[in-house]
Design a protein around this ligand. Sequence first.
Ligand code: GRF
Length: 201
Amino acid sequence: MINIGVMASGRGTNLQAIIEAVEEGRIEGKISIVISDNPDAYALKRAEQNNTETQYINFKEYKSREDYDKKVVKCLKEKEVDLVVLAGYMRILSPYFIKVYKNKIMNIHPALLPSFPGLRAQKKAIECGVKISGCTVHFVDEGVDSGPIILQKAVEVRDDDTEESLAERILQEEHQIYPQAIQLFSQGRLIIKGRKVFIGE
Ligand code: GRF
């Protein structure tokens, strides 16, 4: 059983999928804390409804990104978190944070990385005219959406797709692969070699 710390800034549908996977035993782990930089994040409400501890940390109270992350790391350490799961967390992590939790921070991105990193990936995919996009779970390194890839799922881009309709179909797949990736981590099956992640027996 691993302790999971989730960081979320928004509506928290991925958090909800993780909560349900934990409840149903598809993730052998416990969500020990949900941390947000946004006091109004619906993710915090979802956590509370699930009797999960939450913590809002106000960025304005800290001098720098690193100072802020020191506070976040302190909270995670207090909860003995083994894996940090970014679920729509809108802040870039400091090198300090990434060093402390090296290879223990995951993110989900709504495109098939390395295509379309950064914000509004679904819009970029439509504008580029790709026929297939999707989602990616990856470990977090110092770059933007650039760490070793754990799982991906492809989603067809339709001629009449809007940013919203594509985002919605990708989201359904995010809710499948994020819990799967967390469970693989929990089982100790993710082996990182350089840029590659191998899934062990
Ligand atoms: C998702 O599209 C995810 O891929 C991206 O942020 C969004 C979070 O959505 N990283 P939600 O808050 O989990 O609903």
